[in-house]
Each structure stands twice: as C-alpha cells, then as structure tokens.
Design a protein around this ligand. Structure first.
Ligand code: PLP
Length: 404
C-alpha cells in the first residue's frame, strides 16, 4: 500500500474568489452524477445529441491527425474554416461578416459566451436575460463582473420574449440583452417581429445584443432570424454559434462568434492569451461538417422533430402541460399537477422510476414548477420514460399528494 503523506500543511486562510465561490454548481450536473451511478436509468437530463458525429466529419478529424497536422492554428482559427462559416451564414441567414476580421473560432459556444461577456462588460454593468435560460448565462455574467437582470418569460404564451418587459428592465447600467432562439431549456423560438422589437430596444437605449444561435439549425418550422440580420442589429450584436448540437459534435469543442470588428478584435485578444486556439483536428472536422454534412443535419433534425411530436403529446396526455417547443431538443413541461417542487419531483422520479430529468430551478428564476426533459434519446426509450412517468404520477395520485 502506498503511504499518504502526512497532512501537515494548512490550506491558506485567504479567501478564494468570492463571486466564483458563491456560485452554486450546475443543477444539470448534480442529478447527472447520481444517475450515472445507477443502473437502468433513462437519461433525459443532459442536452446532448444521441447521434454520433457524421462519419465524413469523424474521418476528416482522423485524417488531419494522420497527416501530422497537430500544431496550433492561428489564434482566430483556420482561415478556410472562417471563410466557410461566413459563406454559410450569408447563404442561410443573410448575415454578412468578413472572415478575417469579424469571425473568431472558439472552444464551443461556451468560450464565445465567456469572451463576449468579458469584452462587453465593465464592473457592475447589467445584462438583461430572459428566463428560464441556459445554465451558463447568469454565472457567466457574474464571473465577468456584471450583474444579471432576469426577466420572466411564461409558458402561457409559449415563452415568448416580451419586448415591453425587457424595456421596463432597462436602467442606466444596462449594457446588453441576451437572446437565445431556439432556447434552452424551453425550446422556444422567437418570431422575426419579436427579435426586431428587441433590436429596436437595443437601438433606443444604445445596448449590445448577445445572440446565442447554437440551436438555429434545429428549428422545426419557419425560419430563424438573427438580430444581426435585422435593421439596426448588425453593429450591436455578437452572434454565437457552433457545431455541438446541429452536427452532433459536443465533444469536439468547436464554436464561433461573429460580430463588429471592434468586439471580435478584443474577444480574440482574450482568446489568444487564455486559449490560443480551438483544437486543430476539431477545426478540420468542422470544416468538413460545413462542406459535406448538410444531409446528415437534415436527417437528425427530422428525427428530433418526430420525437418532439410524440414526446410532447405524451407529456400532455399525462397532464404534464407542455408548450410545443419550436426548436432545440428540450421539452419543459409544468409539473404542477404532481403537487411536488421541481427538486422533489426530479429526485423522486429518479429514485423511484429511474428517469433522469432536470429541475426547472436549474435554469434561473421562473423555473420552479417545471422540469426539463431532453428528447435527444431514441424513441423506444422516450416511450418507456413516458410509461415510467405515468406510473410515478399514478402512485402520487393514489398516495394523495397529487395537486389536481
Ligand atoms: N448555449 C446553449 C443555449 C446551450 O444549450 C449549450 C449547451 O448545452 C451551449 C451554449 C454550449 O455549447 P458548446 O458545446 O458549443 O460549448
């Protein structure tokens, strides 16, 4: 047996960073870790495609390794990847960016979000965030020295972002508005009119917009509108996008941001000191994804849509009222009928029926009374999850703790 060194040294008494230390761990990961240690769990917790990365994309990554291309790329990322991204954005979303000065390849949208917040915010600046929202937004704003100002979106009108509520939250300290469409955790997709209304607010109050468009290719009807494509939007919007979700490439860690040169230059400056570049083989894979994986993306999208229709109908049948999500691969049903809090519901559903979902409270204020279920899971497993939820709700009803 190896001997442990004696613990003679004391941990320094100086406090660690207060903002980070006071931030709770992600509410998604908490239940993920418990679920991972149990057998027979149906995991609807983590927001990750169940498809593997398309074969041609995997091969491009392997090829770059076999060719010995294993060094850094330029800080901004492979020029041919940035050019392909700008061409793609122009063709599909009518966005105009210069590949050399207005596009930066990041380590996922996660890094792009962090860079955008660090570059846009000065200490105490406020960012308005429609909630419920993706778990990283509120901590990311605080980490960057800003103050998050949550504004509620409601299930009653499909989690639409109300421009009047956003405008009412504007103060002299407001610096930016976060937009995510389609959104995590609700799947809500905003209409062109609602996005234009947010751009108009930004113009009126001289604000920036941070637009997380990671799910824009997973939209099930209509067309995606980026605020940067609308009158007044381009000069004040940072567009964040990436390959994780639409191309089933979460583990490759490639994303990108596009925006005005002034902002992208400073984002690149932070990136060049903190990250150097996104993984090289993953950038080659992403280039192949843009060039060749269009059909695979379309096939995955059609599959998610089919699952969404069946799963959301199933939830509503169980009286777990759920808005039909416009995009992404999340359902965000109300669990009011159970009479339980979100945390209780999630913990008991996992322990009693081995279905892992995420409490709505993980997604900021306004999430109580909801759960997030990811339907990026094969149909038979979604059907089995619904059967287990039904059994769970029946038991609750019979034991009298049911609210209705
Ligand atoms: N933005 C949203 C809305 C997400 O749902 C996620 C991941 O779940 C991310 C960003 C992070 O994506 P990436 O893998 O590109 O870092």
């Amino acid at each position: 047996m190896t001997q442990q060194p004696a613990k003679t040294e004391r941990f320094p008494s100086k406090p660690l960073n207060r903002v980070v230390a006071s931030c709770p761990p992600s509410g998604i990961r908490r239940f993920f870790d418990i679920a991972q240690q149990m057998e027979g769990v149906i995991a609807l917790g983590v927001g990750e495609p169940d498809f593997v990365t398309p074969e041609c994309v995997r091969e491009a990554g392997i090829r770059s390794l076999q060719q010995g291309i294993t060094g850094y790329t330029s800080n901004s990322g492979l020029p041919q990847l940035r050019e392909a991204i700008c061409r793609d954005l122009k063709t599909r979303l009518n966005l105009d960016y210069h590949a050399d000065s207005e596009c930066l390849i990041t380590v996922g949208v996660s890094e792009g979000l962090d860079l955008a917040l660090r570059v846009l915010l000065n200490p105490g600046d406020e960012v308005i965030v429609p909630v419920p929202c993706y778990v990283a937004y509120l901590p990311g704003i605080e980490f960057a020295g800003g103050k998050a100002v949550p504004v509620a979106a409601d299930a009653e009108d499909g989690f639409r972002i109300h421009a009047d509520r956003i405008e009412a939250a504007v103060t002299p300290r407001t610096k930016a508005i976060m937009i995510a469409s389609p959104a995590n955790p609700t799947g809500a997709a905003q209409s062109r009119e609602d996005v234009q209304a947010l751009v108009d607010i930004a113009v009126r109050h001289d604000l920036f917009l941070i637009s997380d468009e990671i799910y824009e290719q997973l939209l099930y009807s209509g067309t995606h509108t980026s605020p940067a494509a609308l009158p007044g939007g381009r000069e004040r919007t940072v567009v964040l996008n990436g390959f994780s979700k639409s191309y089933a490439m979460t583990g490759w860690r490639v994303g990108y941001c596009c925006g005005p040169e002034e902002i992208v230059t400073l984002m690149t400056r932070v990136h060049q000191y903190t990250m150097l570049c996104a993984p090289t083989m993953a950038q080659y894979a992403a280039l192949e994804a843009l060039n060749s994986a269009g059909e695979e993306v379309e096939a995955m999208r059609a599959d998610y849509k089919h699952r969404r229709d069946l799963f959301v109908a199933g939830l509503n049948r169980l009286n777990l009222r759920c808005v039909l999500p416009g995009g992404a691969f999340y359902a965000f049903p109300s669990i009011h009928v159970s009479g339980l809090s979100s945390e209780e519901f999630v913990e008991r559903l996992l322990m009693e029926e081995k279905v892992a979902v995420v409490p709505g409270t993980a997604f900021g204020p306004g999430g109580e009374g909801y759960i997030r279920c990811s339907y990026a899971t094969a149909l038979p497993r979604l059907e089995e999850a619904l059967a287990r939820m039904e059994r769970f709700l029946d038991r609750l009803q019979n034991s009298g703790s049911h609210a209705a």
